[in-house]
Design a protein around this ligand. Structure first.
Ligand code: NAD
Ligand code: GLY
Length: 358
């Protein structure tokens, strides 16, 4: 097992990464305050792993909420079912929530913990690659609104993140690829050597080689932990983690939540960001090609949906959380491994990028 730390002073927390960590109760127990534990999962993950986690919680007063599965259920109605379960079970302020599942379960559960009785602790047990390398770390929680992705939420850090890489054995190939999009993101924004490592090891990752996956998860979590520790509330550098997300969120909302997976939309968004960077002369054409090839080898889409036009993109992008004073800022690339956050891009070049699918 490897342990990383998200260094946030008194709110610092560990990320445990290893095989067969479900079944080691000592990794969870010390982060649970009080006796009452609400375990939140969904109808796909619960039959696979819920009982194992409940067995780790012997000695606590436990209750469970099983959510419907899908991005289209990441909304206020689903959130409310968690509040109802907490109240029906008379859970008080001293309770702890545990999220067992992918990023959807993690984001909703985290937001429930952030707001139930003005805030209670929660732990993350991520079971998708995407959740293990990104969403379970860093404390962004929330739900979607019909008009915009993740528009309602809060920053609320977990007390610990427990990553059992064996849970990936049951994940299908499309979801594994979606997680690889966020892994590739870290190489693009922060670590050119890691990007090159991914180029060398993509076949091993796709074949689910445990050593390769373990390294990719550790390196991704280490980069995310470093960025979050430097800028927890996204007043600067953390926005780099949104490479491809402004385009990607528009694709997810524009095509209907759940049609494109989050990681697929981010993959296409990252290529759009690379394309726009190259149109400004900031990024070499060769770097754009390498990005496209790596995303495609991961099994990810790189062309925006034909059903979306420039106007729809622009409308959806105008409510991005990085808009300040009415001005859209984008995460673009100055070089391989070097992201920048800028509002200083040319509108006619953005138009060209937004039309690259037509
Ligand atoms: P997801 O939570 O929908 O999970 C994908 C699918 O895999 C679901 O059907 C789920 O039931 C299933 N699943 C989960 N674990 C499994 C397992 N071990 N075996 C078999 N099936 C399993 O999607 P995701 O890709 O994990 O997360 C995407 C969400 O994360 C989006 O809502 C996105 O906005 C959010 N996100 C949040 C952050 C953050 O910082 N909070 C970062 C990135 C993404
Ligand atoms: N996934 C973006 C962030 O955590 O900031």
């Amino acid at each position: 097992m490897n342990t990383l730390t998200v260094d946030l002073g008194t709110r610092s927390y560990p990320i445990y990464i290893g095989q067969a960590l479900l079944g080691k109760p000592e990794l969870l127990e010390k982060y649970i305050s009080g006796q009452q534990v609400m375990l939140v999962s969904n109808e796909t993950v619960a039959p696979l792993y819920l009982q194992t986690v409940l067995d780790m919680l012997a000695g606590f007063e436990t209750a469970t909420v099983i959510l419907p599965d899908g991005e289209q259920f990441k909304n206020l109605d689903t959130l409310n079912t968690i509040f109802s379960a907490l109240l029906e079970n008379r859970f008080n302020r001293d309770c702890t929530l545990i999220a067992l599942g992918g990023g959807v379960v993690g984001d909703i559960t985290g937001f429930a913990a952030a707001s139930y009785q003005r805030g209670v602790p929660f732990l993350q047990i991520p079971t998708t690659l995407l959740a293990q390398v990104d969403s379970s770390v860093g404390g962004k929680t929330g739900v979607n609104h019909p008009q915009g992705k993740n528009m309602i939420g809060a920053f609320h850090q977990p007390r610990c993140v427990l990553i059992d890489t064996n849970t990936l054995d049951t994940l299908d190939d499309r979801q594994l690829a979606a997680g690889l999009a966020e892994v590739i993101k870290y190489g693009l924004i922060h670590d050119a050597d890691f990007f090159a490592w991914l180029e060398t090891n993509m076949d091993a990752l796709k074949a689910r080689d445990k050593q390769a996956l373990g390294y990719a998860i550790e390196r991704s979590c280490a980069i995310k932990a470093e960025i979050v520790a430097a800028d927890e509330r996204e007043s600067g550098k953390r926005a780099l983690l949104n490479l491809g997300h402004t385009f990607g969120h528009a694709i997810e909302t524009g095509t209907g939540y759940g049609t494109w997976l989050h990681g697929e939309a981010v993959a296409t968004g990252m290529l759009m960001a690379a394309d726009l960077s190259a149109r400004h002369g900031w990024l070499q054409a060769e770097a754009v090609q390498r990005t496209e090839q790596l995303l495609q080898r991961a099994g990810l889409p790189t062309t925006p949906p034909e059903s979306m036009n420039e106007e729809q993109f622009r409308q959806l992008m105008s409510i991005d959380k990085k808009v300040i004073g009415g001005n859209l800022r984008l995460v673009l690339l100055k070089n391989m491994g070097e992201g920048i956050i800028t509002g200083d891009f040319r509108q006619e070049l953005l138009s060209e990028t937004l039309n690259m699918g037509s």
